[in-house]
Design a protein around this ligand. Sequence first.
Ligand SMILES: Nc1nc2c([nH]c(=O)n2[C@H]2C[C@H](O)[C@@H](COP(=O)(O)OP(=O)(O)OP(=O)(O)O)O2)c(=O)[nH]1
Length: 144
Amino acid sequence: MRIVLVAACALVDADGRVLLAKRPAGKSLAGLWEFPGGKVESGETPEETLIRELKEELGIDVTAACLAPLTFASHTYGGEAAGDGAGPDDWHLLMPLYVCRRWSGTVQPLEHEAVEWVRPVRMRNYDMPPADVPLVALIRDFLG
Ligand SMILES: Nc1nc2c([nH]c(=O)n2[C@H]2C[C@H](O)[C@@H](COP(=O)(O)OP(=O)(O)OP(=O)(O)O)O2)c(=O)[nH]1
């Protein structure tokens, strides 16, 4: 099965809240709340992907030094295109999740339907992609 590598980031603000971003209509998993990020393109490190995606999606600048690895998601999606042009076969998402507490600029939803700063204890009230569900308890344990 194809493994698709996606880098994602939990941005954490000074109050310990995490940024969730709502996937827009017309995309796969539309309406679900995700961590900002995206597919690692050829020639990129996951950190480079996040620096690029956080700028494109949210308009903020981060550096690799401020990206700390936290955990990862590993989940098989069935019969949906992965968005990499390879057709609607099963594919397996492998998604390293980083934490970032320092950035410059102001977060704006440039590509998402909305963004919200969410306390870890409230994250279970947000519908997330199935791959992300196991990450919620880990984030709660990590951030308290
Ligand atoms: N960025 C991000 N993607 C996630 C999360 N959970 C999860 O299953 N995914 C999936 C959704 C997408 O299939 C893929 C991310 O790819 P992408 O963000 O570059 O793709 P895309 O939405 O532009 O395009 P599409 O293929 O979903 O239409 O990983 C998450 O928390 N953050």
